[in-house]
Write a protein that binds this ligand. Structure first.
Ligand code: ATP
Ligand code: MG
Length: 258
């Protein structure tokens, strides 16, 4: 099978602290992969190594290799800003640019990239808002502040902003944890649609959500506080939730953890 992402021997540090150790995994294009595991096991840290965001933290350092298609994201001469365009990110708390309108929020990434024709801008904004299932709710208020939307709408606005630059991969770190159940379902439906076009990686503490939205699930764990987090296993979601290979996975998903 084709690989979109191929990680090998990846460790990440904060200063001298090794937060995750020796992670290897492959992710196929147009799939949804869920990262699950207890707090502190390094899910967010690992996610951020996939678009070179980890090194933005002071003391942040990465060892190992992340291939995106045929390119090593940590290879010599790779521009981290270009990487982040190919591998977009959506955060736990919706973070629209507060002083910008709905329209400007979606256009922001494109403007930064400089990779659009002025005449195309409104078409791309409309297409992205439609892609994020938000268009009907905001088409009459495109020039109002993005921060005036509801939490669930703001999160879909952030997704529209992320997909406007047509990334290959979309990383989502607990994108529903600040949302009500209905907005959560809206985002989950949206993930199902977006995977036709993008490769998606989502961190979640919600086991039902992982089971609902993902094709593959990766379970991370750590032996003890202060120890680095490790990838315990990755497999088809159905298998992880019915018959995982490792006892620790079974304990975690059945709530017998700790
Ligand atoms: N900026 C930072 N500086 C130093 N250590 C950090 C930093 N961010 C995270 N860590 C540490 O790295 C380890 C992994 O943290 P990370 O946030 O990746 O875990 P997580 O699995 O995402 O947890 P949660 O489920 O609570 O979000 C933890 O021990 C954490 O304390
Ligand atoms: Mg986290």
């Amino acid at each position: 099978m084709a690989k979109r992402i191929d990680v090998s021997g990846l460790s990440a540090y904060y200063g001298s602290f090794r937060a995750i150790e020796d992670i290897s995994m492959t992710i196929e294009p147009r799939t949804v992969t869920a990262f699950i595991g207890p707090s502190g096991c390094g899910k967010s840290t690992f996610l951020r190594t996939l678009n070179r965001m980890h090194e933005v933290t002071s003391g942040g350092r990465v060892e190992g290799k992340v291939m995106l298609d045929d390119e090593n994201l940590y290879g010599a001469g790779i521009d981290p800003v270009a990487v982040r365009r190919e591998v977009g990110m959506v955060f736990q708390r919706p973070n629209p640019f507060p002083t910008m309108s709905v329209f400007e929020n979606v256009a922001a990434g494109l403007k930064l990239a400089g990779s659009y024709k002025k005449s195309e801008l409104s078409d791309i904004v409309e297409k992205s808002l439609k892609g994020a299932n938000l268009w009907n709710e905001v088409k009459d208020r495109l020039n109002k502040p993005g921060s005036g939307l509801s939490g669930g709408q703001q999160q879909r606005l952030c997704i529209a902003r992320a997909i406007a630059v047509e990334p290959k991969v979309l990383l989502m770190d607990e994108p529903c944890s600040a949302l009500d159940p209905i907005s959560t379902l809206a985002i989950e439906d949206l993930i199902g649609e977006l995977k036709e076009r993008f490769t998606i990686v989502i961190v979640t503490h919600n086991m039902q959500q992982a089971a609902r939205v993902s094709d593959r699930t990766a379970f991370f764990n750590l032996a003890a506080v202060g120890q680095p987090g490790k990838l315990i296993e990755i497999d088809d979601t159905e298998r992880i939730f019915s018959n995982p290979s490792v006892q620790a996975t079974e304990d975690y998903i059945s709530g017998r953890f700790g």
